[in-house]
Write a new protein. Structure first.
Length: 147
């Protein structure tokens, strides 16, 4: 029996019309040889923008950072729901299924979750293991069958 449905926010429920990839670009500026560590930190630190993230990392602000912050704002503001998302979530919830909404993106990407009306389906889980967090938010243990 299906007890829960877990959705990834971005690419499944939310579409970004103006992808700018500011965190990836920032990571390449800070650590061009291996930006992966910077990207992992963006998933773990609760920073409300690239400026705050840079301060957490003790990175000196530069003019590039202002441009990246602007691009981040443009990207977030371009986020919209795919067609029928709210109807689908409402129907699933009404049928008694538990819903989990997960994301593995940096903190600023939570803003569209609220702005686009997904907050009533509040079981939002994130980083670093969003799927397990989504299961926990739905009250399921890790031994549940997944398909």
């Amino acid at each position: 029996m299906i007890e829960a449905v877990i959705f990834d926010l971005y690419g499944t429920l939310i579409q970004v019309d103006c992808e700018m990839n500011p965190y990836l670009r920032f990571a390449h500026l800070v650590c061009p040889k291996d930006p992966r560590w910077i990207l992992r930190q963006s998933l773990l630190l609760n920073a409300n923008g690239l400026g705050e993230f840079a301060r957490h990392l003790n990175v000196t602000p530069s003019p590039s950072l202002e441009l990246l912050e602007h691009d981040l704002e443009r990207e977030i503001q371009s986020a919209r729901l795919f067609d029928d998302v709210l109807e689908t979530l409402a129907q699933l919830a009404a049928s008694g299924l538990k819903l989990g909404l997960i994301s593995n993106l940096a903190t600023p990407y939570k803003e569209p979750f609220h702005r686009l009306g997904l907050a009533p389906y509040r079981k939002l889980s994130r980083k670093p293991t969003p799927f397990r967090g989504g299961m926990k938010a739905c009250g399921l243990d890790g031994s549940a069958n997944c398909g």
